[in-house]
Every structure is written in structure tokens, then in C-alpha cells.
Design a binder for this molecule. Structure first.
Ligand code: ZN
Ligand code: FE
Length: 243
């Protein structure tokens, strides 16, 4: 019984994800912004799309969901708190709820901060986390709706997952996140090595995600933040950072 997570690049810098049950070929699709690109990826993987998982209400994560449900008969799962601004949900979920996928089960984690209704999906059998725009490699999403207290608490929940967890996030922002992280933590040798590796990967046209949680813990400034006020301070410095 194994689960695989595959990136599906969309729009300019979005990552949607395919979760695959390697035994049966069953698929779940996370954050389908673009139905055409999504369908191409699903068909290339055998076309058995059962489930669509939505992390939050922004258009660059949901715009293709209805068309993909129609095409494959997949069920759409999303946050109960945001049901009014998501495509019609077949299952609305909140913290601690489980989502059945093939013979596996995902656990819903409320991760507000980027938006108030943002959720993440954790599959212990990966272990794999789909965290949308909550956490990025070396960064976090913009704080559009939530508070620093909420965002910090969301990061504490992610930090408590197994270190081998594969972090599957919603954007390729790693290189600009690295520039900012280095500006506030220049003596962090692991961060310097990570930033050099990211530069090398981007120059070679490679994706820098997914990443392992354990590799992010010593280098991601928001995982390193001691408390909510410092989290908020780092987030607002990033907003005005010209790197
Ligand atoms: Zn977003
Ligand atoms: Fe986004």
C-alpha cells in the first residue's frame, strides 16, 4: 500500500497535486485551478479521478474544480467554513474530520492565516501534507485574512507532524523566499546551503518542491519563529522586502 504525490504545474507559478494509490491507480486532485491542464495530467495517469481536495477559496486553487467533477464524476471536498465561497461541496470538512481516498484516509487540519477557512490534508500513509498557501518551502502565504496568532498556531500544528512528511505546497516561491530568509538569518549555514541548492535547481529549470518537513524545520523562518508576535513581524518584513 503506497501513496505517491505528483506535482501538476499550473498557471504561472501554481502547483496543483495528484495523489495516487499506486496499487489501484485511483487519483485525488488537490487545488485544480486549470481544468484543461488538470485533465491532461489525470488522463496521463490513467484517468481514475475519485476525489478533488480544495485547500482554500482563492481562484488559483479552485477555478477548474467544477469542470473536473463533471468530467470524471469526482467528489469535491473543502472547508465547511468556506462553503459559501467554494464550488458546491460533496463533503464539507473541519479540523479532525477524515477524508476517505481509496483504502487510505486523510486527516483535515485547520490551518488559518492566509485565509481564515484554509485547511490542509494530511495522509499518514505518505506521510504527505497538502498545505495549499499556508506553508511554502522557506516561506508562508500572505496573511490576507487571518491573524499572526492564527498563522503561528497553524505552523505549530504542521511542525508537530512527522519530520519525514512530504510538504506539498501551492506555489513555486522558494527562490524569492530564500532571498528574504537569508536577509534575516544570514548566519544560518543550513539555510545558506539550501539557498545555493535552490538557485542551482531553478537555474536548471527544476521544481524545488515537494520538500520534507524535517529539512524545513531548521531553515524556514516561520517554523523558526518563537511566538506569534515574531511570526507576524517576519511576515510583515517579507511583505515590504525588495529582494
Ligand atoms: Zn491563495
Ligand atoms: Fe495561491
Amino acid at each position: 500500500m503506497t501513496l505517491s504525490a505528483l506535482t501538476v504545474p499550473m498557471l504561472s507559478d501554481n502547483y496543483a497535486w495528484l495523489l495516487r494509490d499506486d496499487a489501484t491507480g485511483a487519483l485525488a486532485f488537490v487545488d485544480p485551478a486549470d481544468a484543461e491542464a488538470g485533465a491532461a495530467a489525470v488522463d496521463a495517469m490513467g484517468g481514475k479521478l475519485d476525489l478533488i481536495l480544495l485547500t482554500h477559496h482563492h481562484d488559483d486553487h479552485i477555478a477548474g474544480a467544477d469542470a473536473m467533477r463533471k468530467r470524471y464524476g469526482a467528489r469535491i471536498v473543502g472547508a465547511a467554513a468556506d462553503a459559501h465561497r467554494l464550488p458546491r461541496l460533496d463533503q464539507s470538512v473541519t479540523e479532525g474530520d477524515t477524508v476517505a481516498f481509496s483504502t487510505f484516509e486523510g486527516r483535515v487540519i485547520d490551518t488559518p492565516g492566509h485565509t481564515v477557512g484554509h485547511i490542509s490534508y494530511f495522509f499518514p500513509d505518505g506521510p504527505i501534507l497538502f498545505c495549499g498557501d499556508t506553508m511554502f518551502s522557506l516561506g508562508c502565504g500572505r496573511m490576507f485574512e487571518g491573524t499572526a496568532e492564527q498563522f503561528f498556531a497553524s505552523f505549530r500544528k504542521i511542525a508537530a507532524l512527522p519530520p519525514e512528511t512530504l510538504i506539498c505546497c501551492g506555489h513555486e516561491y522558494t527562490q524569492s523566499n530564500a532571498r528574504f530568509a537569508l536577509s534575516i538569518d544570514p548566519d544560518n549555514a543550513m539555510l545558506r546551503a539550501k539557498a545555493a541548492e535552490v538557485d542551482r535547481m531553478r537555474a536548471a529549470g527544476q521544481q524545488t518542491v515537494p520538500v520534507r518537513l524535517g529539512d524545513e524545520l531548521p531553515v524556514n523562518p516561520y517554523l523558526l519563529a518563537r511566538d506569534a508576535p515574531s511570526f507576524g513581524r517576519i511576515r510583515s518584513m517579507k511583505d515590504s522586502f525588495k529582494g
